[in-house]
Design a binder for this molecule. Structure first.
Ligand code: TRP
Length: 337
């Protein structure tokens, strides 16, 4: 039995993040923090989804800079290129190629029902392009090329993963077992971090109010001051309860960065005011992010190292993804060169 277990392949995890700005504390606590922690147990692949960012107009120099920064941020947050596959999506042309093929297996009706498409089309009414519409086919290609078992995604990407699963069913139904069926990966502590100014809204790096979000590179003083201004309620008790959205959010953040349970937090802050609590959350977050900020600065100062890691990652990713792509081409009847 033990022998058999040893032979079993490590489960594969894959996820991507768009290079649309410095990650927020929400991206970190809800997603990227786990990416580093999962490397021991799983075979992981993480990438910077720069092609997805093209669905909204980008300033070229800025996109280039942000892509390299996002790559460096992944490493700074604990993704280890020795253990995991880390790369930039556009460096591996197999993604775009499989995306085209899968778009021919993506029903128009299903694409039209994607809530993200509807939201973004409304928000960028002057640029409702075909890429915005076929975005889920590219995401399905990203995923299926690496045959992952699990895909950690936030609530907002759930529907795209469901779409991918439908593509697998459809495609495998015609051609046999080509793609492994991916499952959503739900983190054990899947805290959803909310805006510090409107705690019923998700924390977002595109919020127009900079006090609403913390980026993982914010200066410690800025972090403390943003927490001091965080919106709470008119009560005084630090406890997790329905309706206390601001305090609940601060408690989730504090619990995530200190590892303390809600009961412990409530106990520690009994009889103290919100002011004390906010100050403590601010300094705990600033401390937690310090090594990330330092590591990021170190990485950005060594551009040749970063570029070399991008290249190594892209080569490995190309090799792995080529196997799936070849299998697909054979199955669907493309003449191989
Ligand atoms: N669409 C995802 C987002 O905006 C990023 C992404 C692209 C992704 N391809 C992926 C996530 C594949 C998981 C798997 O957050």
């Amino acid at each position: 039995m033990e022998e058999e277990l040893k032979k079993e392949r490590k489960k594969v995890i894959l996820s991507g993040i768009q290079p649309t700005g410095i990650f927020t504390l929400g991206n970190y606590i809800g997603a990227v923090r786990h990416w580093g922690l999962m490397q021991e147990e799983y075979q992981c692949a993480y990438f910077v989804a720069d092609l997805h960012s093209l669905t909204v107009r980008q300033e070229p120099a800025e996109l280039r800079r942000r892509t390299l920064e996002a790559f460096a941020l992944l490493l700074a947050c604990g993704v280890d290129p020795e253990k995991s596959l880390v790369f930039v999506q556009s460096h591996v042309c197999n993604h775009a190629e499989l995306s085209w093929i899968l778009s021919c297996y993506s029903p128009f009706g299903a694409l039209s029902r994607m809530t993200q498409f509807k939201d973004k089309a409304a928000k960028h009414a002057d640029n409702v392009n075909a890429g915005l519409f076929t975005y889920p086919a590219l995401m399905a290609a990203d995923i299926l090329l690496y045959q992952p078992d699990y895909v950690p995604v936030g609530e907002d990407q759930r529907q795209h993963l469901e779409f991918t699963r439908d593509v697998v069913e459809h495609f495998n139904g015609i051609y046999g077992n080509v793609f492994r069926m991916p499952e959503a990966y739900i983190a054990k502590t899947g805290a959803r971090i909310m805006s510090l100014q409107e705690p019923t809204k998700k924390m977002s790096k595109s919020d127009t109010n900079p006090n609403a979000f913390i980026t993982i590179l914010d200066d410690p003083k800025v972090i403390v001051s943003k927490f001091r201004r965080a919106v709470t309620d008119s009560e005084t008790e630090v406890c997790f309860r329905e309706g206390k959205d601001g305090i609940n959010n601060l408690m989730s953040i504090y619990s995530a960065v200190t590892g303390m349970s809600f009961e412990q937090i409530e106990h520690d802050f009994e009889g103290k005011g919100y002011g004390d609590f906010k100050a403590e959350v601010g300094s705990a977050v600033a401390e937690k992010l310090r090594p990330i900020r330092e590591k990021f600065a170190e990485l950005m100062a060594d551009r040749s190292y970063l570029e070399q890691q991008c290249k190594i990652g892209a080569e490995k990713a190309a090799e792995i993804s080529a196997r799936t792509l070849l299998k697909v081409k054979k199955k669907i009847g493309l003449l191989l060169p």
